[in-house]
Design a protein around this ligand. Structure first.
Ligand SMILES: [Zn+2]
Ligand SMILES: [Zn+2]
Length: 291
C-alpha cells in the first residue's frame, strides 16, 4: 500500500532492540517521509516507546505503542506484533524480562558456536560495537553479532554474515525454547493490545500461518512488508479477508548498518489510517472484555 496521502509505518525497530536509530530518530524520519504516524515495534521490549511518543508530540507524528515478540512453532521463529498495549502493564513487563534473558542466553550460545568454528569473538566485543552502554531493558540480537563479524573481517557484509553463520540452519545458528505464537497473542491481549502475525511470507509455511490464525485468533496479519512481493501481498490480503483480519503493513526498518538497510527503508511499506483505527478498536474491545 503506497502513494496514500495518509500513511503509517507499523513496523520499525530502534536501539531499544536491534535497530540503529534512537526512537526519536525514527520519528524524525517518519516526519521527513511525510508519514502520519509510525509504530515502534522492538523485539521483546517497549523501552523505546516513551521517547518516541515524546518526539511524536513535538513533531506532530502519531506514535503507536508496539512490540514484536519472538516465538517458536514447528521449529520456526515466528514473530508476533502487538499494538496499543498498556506500556505500564507490570505482568507483560515481567514476561518480557524473562524472554530477554532467553535472548541473552541465545547470544552466548551463538558466540560459543562461532568460537568453536575458530572465530575469535566475544560478547564483550559485540557490546563494544554499540558504542554506548546497553540499558537493562534493551537486548542484543543477531544483527549486533553480524556487525561484529564484519568489523573483524569474518564476513564481507551483514548479509554475508547471516548467509555464512547466523541464518537458521547455518553453523553459528542457535535457538532456545521460546513461547508459542498463541501464548504471545494471549500476552498482548492480557496487556490490552491487539496482536498481529508478522511477515507471514517469511515462514514459508502457510499451513502453519493458518494454524496460528485459528488457534491464536490474532486481530490482524501483516500483509505489506519489505520482504513480501506482490504475490505474498495478494495471498495474505486474501487470508485477511477470509479470517476477517486487519491487514497491516510496515517496513521492518532497522536503520543502516555497515551501509546496508536491512528489510526496508522507513515508510517503504505502510498501512492506511483505517487499519490503525481498527487496531485501536480491537485493543479497546479486548480491554472491555478483560477489564
Ligand atoms: Zn520480525
Ligand atoms: Zn521486525
Amino acid at each position: 500500500m503506497t502513494n496514500q496521502a495518509e500513511r503509517y509505518d507499523l513496523h520499525t525497530h530502534t536501539q531499544a532492540s536491534d535497530g540503529m536509530n534512537s526512537p526519536r530518530a525514527n520519528v524524525e524520519l517518519a516526519k521527513n517521509m511525510g508519514l502520519t504516524g509510525l509504530a515502534i515495534t522492538d523485539h521483546d521490549t517497549m523501552a523505546g516507546v516513551a521517547e518516541a511518543r515524546l518526539a511524536g508530540k513535538e513533531l506532530g507524528i502519531d506514535v503507536v505503542p508496539g512490540i514484536e515478540i519472538s516465538t517458536r512453532a514447528k521449529d520456526k521463529d515466528i514473530h508476533i506484533l502487538g499494538y496499543f498495549m498498556d506500556t505500564e502493564n507490570k505482568q507483560l513487563e515481567d514476561r518480557l524480562q524473562r524472554l530477554r534473558s532467553v535472548r541473552d542466553e541465545r547470544n552466548e550460545l551463538i558466540i560459543g558456536k562461532l568460537q568453536q568454528l575458530g572465530i575469535a569473538i566475544t560478547l564483550q566485543e559485540v557490546k563494544e560495537g554499540l558504542g554506548r552502554t546497553l540499558r537493562p531493558d534493551e537486548s542484543l540480537g543477531r544483527p549486533h553479532i553480524a556487525d561484529c563479524l564484519v568489523r573483524k573481517g569474518h564476513a564481507t557484509d551483514l548479509r554475508d554474515a547471516f548467509d555464512q553463520y547466523l541464518a537458521e540452519g547455518k553453523s553459528g545458528y542457535a535457538s532456545l525454547p521460546l513461547i508459542s505464537p498463541e501464548e504471545a497473542i494471549h500476552w498482548i491481549r492480557e496487556a490490552g493490545g491487539a496482536a498481529v502475525i508478522a511477515h507471514p511470507g517469511l515462514y514459508g509455511d502457510d499451513e502453519l500461518v493458518k494454524d496460528i490464525l485459528e488457534q491464536g485468533r490474532p486481530a490482524g496479519i501483516e500483509v505489506y512488508h519489505s520482504d513480501h512481493g506482490p504475490e505474498e501481498e495478494r495471498r495474505y490480503l486474501e487470508l485477511a479477508a477470509q479470517y476477517e483480519l486487519i491487514a497491516t503493513g510496515g517496513s521492518d526498518y532497522h536503520g543502516v548498518r555497515q551501509g546496508v538497510v536491512f528489510h526496508g527503508d522507513l515508510g517503504s511499506h505502510v498501512a492506511p489510517p483505517a487499519a490503525v483505527e481498527q487496531l485501536r478498536q480491537a485493543a479497546a474491545n479486548v480491554r472491555g472484555q478483560e477489564g
